[in-house]
Design a protein around this ligand. Sequence first.
Ligand code: FES
Length: 220
Amino acid sequence: MTDIPSKAPITDPMSSGARTRRDFLYIATAAMGTVGVAASIVPMIAQLEPDKATLAAGGPVELDLTQVQAGQQVVVHWRGHPIFVVNRPAAALKMLQNPKLVERLSDPQSKEFQQPQYAQNWHRSAKPEYGVFVGICTHLGCIPLYYPNPSASAPVSDWLGGYFCPCHGSKYDLAGRVFSGVPAPYNLPVPPYRFVNDHKIRIGENPPDSHFSFESIRQI
Ligand code: FES
């Protein structure tokens, strides 16, 4: 496998230099309206609203998980990033452990530093049923689309369920693990988060025993 730099070059997007990953991210953000329409079947519910000062400071946001039914995904925003929160039913968890899927993944054991230690496991999460990911493709920054169900033909042939990036065809499973042979080099990042209780998570805050720093992940 070709060596990949730890960070793609980031330059001033207003300068006249060559296009960078961040330039593409700006374009992708501008195109989110279209993506939002295409993904309108995905429930979008509001998180418990933090106050404006908390949002401005990029502080934690909370989500009531009772609003996320099995098989559904919701998107909340933290530090300006879309955060995917998915409730994975038993069949989806079984698929995540299926050798037919695992053998097709680039980093099935999450060895690259793209998640906190409490998500370095086969389900890449603090609890198996709930996945929490930064919804930004690790190739050039598009927003991957949610296709949870296996399909023979959609969005591509022999689909096993997960996320599909429409920009250049990168594929991730329902744990945000990237497939081999696609443009995206890394698994989707996992933000810091913790369970406040059985039904509520706080995104942007580690459990008390963790010192995970989101700034030190390999790539967002
Ligand atoms: S941005 Fe290129 S495949 Fe996602």
